[in-house]
Design a protein around this ligand. Sequence first.
Ligand code: SF4
Length: 344
Amino acid sequence: MDFETALLKWYDQSKRVLPWRSDPTPYHVWLSEIMLQQTRVEAVKGYYARFLATLPTIPDLANAPEETVLKLWEGLGYYSRARNLQKAAKVLVRDYQGILPKDEKVLRTLPGIGSYTAAAIAAIAYQEKAIAMDGNLGRVYARLVGEKRVLSLPETKEAGRRYFEERLENRPGDFNQALMDLGELACLPHGYPKCEACPFVSFCVAHQAHQEIAYPVLAPTKKKKQESMTVLLFSYQGRYAIRQRPSQGLLANLYEFPHKEGIDTKAKLQEWLVKENLPYISIRSLGRYTHIFTHLTWKMVGYEIVLEKEYPQEGWLYVTPEEMKQTYAIPSAFRFYQDKIGTK
Ligand code: SF4
């Protein structure tokens, strides 16, 4: 049995049932692939359904207020993905009658669409002979052939892409999704893969050599930068102070609780409040939380400070917990503290 036949036979028996696979229009494939970057499948399902219920078409996405798009993305993280999605939708409405082109090269000119996403849209939505090389496909390739080069190198990725392309004949969409599923279900990233369930067990180089976990070869990881902060949930008569982050940089335009540099003890915070002339009724400790971004870690400690009177600061809004949930996109880095509101 040839490579593609064996792979698709496995796929037809083992594939995952996923919402975006039941109606793989170009918009659905695009949206799901962007959401799935850096995010687990289970987490994406709810977001995907809500997003399409509110913005069912590319023109709807193009014409929506940015606040709506960010609110629908709230908690998924990597918000530049949402912004680029909308930027690309505007280009599509302006230049392509609101339809995603099927040419990979043209797709790659759109904001937020890199070679992986372009290939996924071309293959899955348009049945073009394209290979969407991501970490899953890279890992499967590296183990199949015993690839000694570092997986993240462009030449390694290109070698993997060519390897699969040469074996793709008939069903590009299923071929790509089969490899994605194989990487998720059998050729696992952590620990030992489930080779007994794999259609390639008889010729996989890593398996034959009992060296599965030696592949793929990874580049040494860089140490993440660390920042520490004290998060301040100022409340006055049931409303909480939030502010909008700057329009550039990390978590741009999202809303956050005010915070100050460093990890303050309660005593140190009390001193600061007195110095700032901020009369308060009580301070409640909300505990420590660490949020990990791709290249950065935030070490945080949080306090709820019930104020005697509203402390007006430029750009601050005092909103109810309900308004915060309904209207303002708060990144998940602050969700730990947002969830403490109303608890004892
Ligand atoms: S045989 Fe094992 S290591 Fe090789 S591709 Fe299949 S699951 Fe991965």
